[in-house]
Design a protein around this ligand. Structure first.
Ligand code: NAD
Ligand code: UDP
Length: 331
């Protein structure tokens, strides 16, 4: 009997928070994983545990540039391409807005062309930000969004919207098979301490006894999904064989106010920090909660990890006790 061919996946953005967890999950399935990353917000530390993994390789490259010849001319066929390359935190993606926009538009174009060349299935990590500051609640995939195209968040929001457009044009032109995930706020171990998002800020502030910063009155809502649930959703989306090809929301519908998140972090860390109020950033969405009925129906997916359980693991991670963190039960 001939040797079975190895499944090879490319994870663009694989050194980042979600991408590194996704790479772990793909390797656990027995696949070979190529991580392509420019290390803008990603870190080698997220991948250090894979240093001796023979089925894992890193390509240090920027998706806005022509892709490395090793990919475009490689003899090894890529079966799956996950495009997660793009800084996700507002302060990071706003630091160089032009590069953020091009990462989404040019980067997605380069990776779609690669998918066509390899006949690889392609998944785009889009975002709930395509809904902007939503006028409907919860957000369904059929909602077209309420995005300010000229504001400071536009480089990301409009970049992802254009990336979705490219992906669906590609599909309509029968150039390949694409799947689009609209990811809602995701948190967990391996977020950067200086990431700037509310979960990592609140935890690092509480652990160092600093005041927790709340933007605005803290009455804006978000719905936070633990990273293991998100990775499970992304895998199911990539692998499902149904005919459904629209974008699919992935997120945890458990919605809470930002000030209540801060209170939970204080309770779970036992910190005595106070709270400092800062101005609400421009165009900050007021409410956000995914309607996940399509993910439930098409992917048989729903999040399993409750916020307290996920926060406990994330807190342990930020306390520097990664091994103990892995042992904290998620249920
Ligand atoms: P992250 O910043 O940790 O990861 C992004 C990765 O992409 C990093 O490793 C970064 O170095 C890399 N990258 C950025 N620009 C690149 C470029 N031009 N070329 C190559 N690599 C590049 O963010 P994350 O939270 O892991 O998010 C992963 C993906 O999921 C992103 O596309 C993001 O837009 C999307 N998403 C995340 C969330 C969330 O809450 N975490 C929500 C919605 C969407
Ligand atoms: N936020 C906050 N304090 C912080 C960081 C963020 O109150 O230290 C608020 C932010 O204004 C937003 C919410 O928390 O209303 C979620 O912000 P985050 O950057 O985590 O994700 P976003 O949903 O904005 O992409």
């Amino acid at each position: 009997m001939g040797q079975q061919r190895e499944t090879v996946a490319l994870v663009a953005g694989g050194a980042g928070f979600i991408g590194s967890h996704l790479s772990d999950a793909l390797l656990a399935r027995g696949w070979r994983v190529l991580c392509l990353d420019n290390f803008l917000t990603g870190r080698y530390d997220n991948l250090r545990h894979l240093e001796r993994e023979p089925r894992f390789d890193i390509l240090d490259a920027d998706v806005t540039d022509p892709l490395p010849a090793r990919l475009t001319r490689s003899g090894r066929r890529l079966a799956y391409i996950f495009n997660l390359a793009c800084a996700a935190s507002p302060p990071h993606y706003q630091a160089d807005p032009e590069h953020t926009l091009l990462t989404n538009v040019l980067g997605t174009r380069h990776l779609l062309a690669l998918a066509q060349a390899h006949e690889a299935r392609f998944l785009l990590a889009s975002t709930s930000e395509v809904y902007g500051d939503p006028e409907t609640h919860p957000q369904r995939e059929s909602y077209w969004g309420h995005v300010n195209p000229t504001g400071p968040r536009a480089c990301y929001d409009e970049g992802k919207r254009a990336a979705e457009t490219l992906a669906f044009d590609f599909l309509r032109a029968r150039r390949g098979d694409v799947r689009v995930a609209r990811i809602f706020n995701t948190y967990g171990p391996r977020m950067r301490a200086d990431d700037g998002r509310v979960v990592s800020n609140a935890i690092t502030q509480a652990l160092s006894g600093d005041d927790i910063t709340i933007y605005g009155a803290g009455e804006q809502t978000r719905s936070f999904c633990y990273v293991d649930d998100m990775v499970d959703g992304l895998m199911r989306l990539m692998l499902h064989d149904s005919d459904y090809r629209g974008a699919i929301n992935l997120g945890n519908p458990d919605e809470l106010m930002v000030k209540d998140l801060a209170a939970r972090v204080l309770r779970l860390t036992g910190a005595r920090s106070g709270v400092t109020y800062r101005p609400l950033p421009i165009d900050d969405p007021r409410r956000r909660r995914p309607d996940i009925s399509i993910a439930e129906r098409v992917l048989d997916w729903r999040p399993r990890v409750a916020l307290d359980a996920g926060l406990k693991r994330t807190i342990a991670h930020f306390s520097g006790v990664a091994r103990e963190a892995a042992m904290i039960p998620l249920k």
